[in-house]
Every structure is written in structure tokens, then in C-alpha cells.
Design a protein around this ligand. Structure first.
Ligand code: SF4
Length: 392
């Protein structure tokens, strides 16, 4: 597309729903599939990207995120092909963050260099744990050795913006073994630019839900969360969101779009979009998606109705997404968007949480405007705080 940049900004999410096999805790939209299905899917996605592009001619794309599933499982040059289609039909900013989720053991040096050529500049590698026993308990396909090979191949291919995903609350995990995982990740050379650490949630419909293994005590999980912050801050990482830590300048642009309620559009099955406060979602059915884009059948089923968010819904999202970030939410921005202050819309709520030590008011270092954010204690019980910003 031409050089002139659109005035508005957009994030693009591309869902790749394929995995080698299902992990025991996974409720993401993903499944194993033969090579041919993956190739058909890439073809369908390229068509979706082309056909929808006229809707976004006013926008400049500042982030692209290939998530899944396991996007790194896509064969050969598929990722490059998807990115070429994007560049032809969308305004991609020069400094656009282009991330891909990678599972250890599913990449080769050839794939990595093909992604680099395609413009990928950020990798997110799902390690979860450096203990092979814990990985096995999760039903992951890889070992720590697979991770190390993938990581070093990625560094050799020239990637310097790498996230490593970790998990705590794994069956059989202790605070010591989790600390060991953290230390092993930090001893990588070079250490990753970004680390995400999420706790394991047992979701309905997963093998873990049907047959829940013994999990670490809640107290142990809290301890794991605490040591994440302590160890990572000693190593120069800033916690910028409840579960995300980055070296300065390496905060994930794509995720920040979600937390600040920026515009994003999703392609591929199950992908959700929110553009100018209108939400919509693609079908979760691979069959429907392929039938529509490859055979022109089942048009009505491929995209959901567009849902315009009410002002109340926008306010709720502003609060519970914004408070996920350590910098919190800006009071003036709330007033500019909604014509009333946070205290007027949620009388007494912030004050009450301030007294309990869960929220704190402060001034934005750049603008001086008031910001409200979670305290470290508030982060521990963030669900309780967020729930008070939902209108009943
Ligand atoms: S690799 Fe990720 S998406 Fe795939 S099954 Fe495991 S948890 Fe789910």
C-alpha cells in the first residue's frame, strides 16, 4: 500500500488454530490438523485479509500478532506469505511490532530466517517451566532442551525482542522449582527482553477440569507471584501489567492496545475485533471459515453481528482493562471520554479501595494528570477490585 499513513492506529491479530496436540489445561481454540488443512487455512486467511482491507484504509497498523494455537507450526513460508498479503493491503507502519507465538521444538533455522525476511521482529516463546517433570504434568510437547535450542536458534537468526511465557501453579511445582525456572531463564545469554508469568487456571472442558491433579496451595501460588516481581525487578525488568515484565522499551505494543481499548481487528477463526467501540467476532468453526473463504458457502455464519458498546460498557472496560497496567488509568482521560469523573460515575469506590490499601492516586509524570492504579496488594486481589467497576 502507499506511503501515506492513515491517521488512526490499528492492531491486527491473526489466529492460527493448530497445535501438535492438546495440552491438558488448554481451552484455546486449537487442535491438531494435517498439513493440507494448514495450507488451506493460510489461503483462506489471505482471502479474508484482502476482502476486509477496504474497511481499514484510514488506519495505520502499529502491531501485528500471530497467536494461537501454535503459529510456529505453520509450514515453510506460510507466515511470510500472510505478512506479504498484509503489506499489500494494509498500511503497516515502519516501526510496526510484528510478533509470533512460538512453541519450542516447532521451528527450524530456515523458518526463523523466513520470518525475519517477512518482517517478524518479536517472538513469544512458550516455555512455561524449565522442569521437564512439570512440562510433562501440563501435557506440553517440549522439554527444556527443546526450548534452549529454539531460543538459541532465534538469537542466532537475529531476534533481540523475545518474550518467554512462564506459568506458576503447575501440578507438582514448588516455590523453589518455580524460582529455579526463573533463574534459568534469566541466565540465558542474552536474557529475554520480556517475560510473562501467568498462573494456571483450570478451565471447564479441559482434561484438567475433568480430572484435576493436585495443585500447589493458594499460599504457595501467591509466593510464586511475589518472587516473580522481586527477582525480575532485581534483573532490570519493570512490571508494567499484572502478569507482564519488560526491560525498558520492550513492553508489548500489541497487548497495550487491548488494555488501553485501542482499535484492533482479528482474522482467522474465533478472532475477536473491536473497532471504534464496535465488537464482532469470527466463527469458531474451521469448517464454516474454510467453506466461506474457499468455496463461498455459509456467508451468514462466518462473522457475528456487530455489537455497539454502550457507554456503560465502555466505562467498565476502561476501568478493568486499564487497571491491569501498573500505570493504571487516567482520571482526565475518563472525563474527556465520558463527560464525568471516575468518582462521579463510581461514587466512593476509589476512596474505599484507597483506604483498604488496594488503589492509589498519583500524578502522571509527563502530564501531571491524576492516575489511579492498583497497589502491589491490590494486584494480588485484582479480581475483587475490578469487579467493583462493573455495573450490575
Ligand atoms: S500449545 Fe498452547 S494453544 Fe496449543 S494446546 Fe498447548 S496451551 Fe493450547
Amino acid at each position: 500500500m502507499g506511503e501515506k499513513e492513515g491517521t488512526k492506529e490499528l492492531g491486527i491479530y491473526l489466529h492460527i488454530p493448530f497445535c501438535v496436540r492438546k495440552c491438558l489445561y488448554c481451552d484455546f481454540l486449537s487442535a491438531p490438523a494435517p498439513l493440507q488443512k494448514m495450507e488451506e487455512y493460510v489461503e483462506a486467511m489471505a482471502r479474508e485479509l484482502r476482502e476486509e482491507s477496504f474497511l481499514y484504509t484510514d488506519y495505520s497498523v502499529k502491531s501485528v500478532f500471530l497467536g494461537g494455537g501454535t503459529p510456529s507450526l505453520l509450514p515453510g513460508d506460510s507466515v511470510k506469505r500472510i505478512l506479504q498479503t498484509l503489506r499489500r493491503h494494509y498500511r503497516i507502519k515502519e516501526d510496526c511490532e510484528i510478533s509470533i507465538e512460538v512453541n519450542p521444538g516447532t521451528v527450524s533455522p530456515e523458518k526463523l530466517s523466513s520470518w525475519r525476511e517477512g518482517g517478524v521482529n518479536r517472538l513469544s516463546i512458550g516455555l512455561q517451566s524449565a522442569s521437564n517433570t512439570e512440562l510433562k504434568a501440563l501435557g506440553r510437547i517440549h522439554s527444556e532442551e527443546d526450548f534452549l535450542n529454539t531460543y538459541h536458534d532465534a538469537v542466532k537468526a537475529g531476534f533481540n525482542n523475545i518474550n518467554v511465557d512462564l506459568m506458576f501453579g503447575i501440578p507438582g511445582q514448588t516455590a523453589e522449582s518455580y524460582g529455579e525456572t526463573l533463574q534459568r531463564v534469566l541466565s540465558l545469554n542474552p536474557a529475554p527482553a520480556h517475560i510473562s508469568a501467568y498462573s494456571l487456571i483450570v478451565e471447564e472442558g479441559t482434561p484438567f477440569y475433568e480430572n484435576t491433579p493436585e495443585l500447589p496451595e493458594e499460599e504457595t501460588e501467591r509466593e510464586m507471584n511475589k518472587i516473580t516481581g522481586e527477582i525480575l525487578s532485581c534483573h532490570g525488568y519493570n512490571q508494567y501489567e499484572i502478569s507482564n515484565y519488560a526491560r525498558p522499551g520492550y513492553e508489548c505494543i500489541h497487548n497495550q492496545i487491548y488494555w488501553t481499548r485501542g482499535n484492533y481487528v482479528g482474522f482467522g477463526i474465533g478472532a475477536a475485533s473491536m473497532v471504534e467501540n464496535i465488537r464482532f467476532q469470527n466463527t469458531a468453526s474451521l469448517e464454516v471459515y474454510l467453506d466461506y473463504y474457499l468455496k463461498r458457502k455459509r456467508e451468514k455464519e462466518v462473522k457475528s453481528e456487530r455489537q455497539v458498546l454502550s457507554q456503560k460498557e465502555q466505562m467498565e472496560e476502561f476501568m478493568f482493562l486499564g487497571l491491569r497496567m501498573t500505570k493504571g488509568v487516567c482520571g482526565e482521560e475518563f472525563r474527556r471520554l465520558f463527560g464525568a469523573s471516575i468518582d462521579q460515575v463510581y461514587p466512593g469506590v476509589v476512596e474505599d479501595f484507597e483506604k483498604k490499601g488496594l488503589l492509589v492516586r498519583g500524578a502522571d509524570p509527563d502530564t501531571g494528570e491524576e492516575r489511579i492504579s492498583l497497589t502491589p496488594f491490590g494486584m494480588d486481589v485484582s479480581n475483587v477490585v475490578m469487579s467493583q467497576f462493573i455495573f450490575l
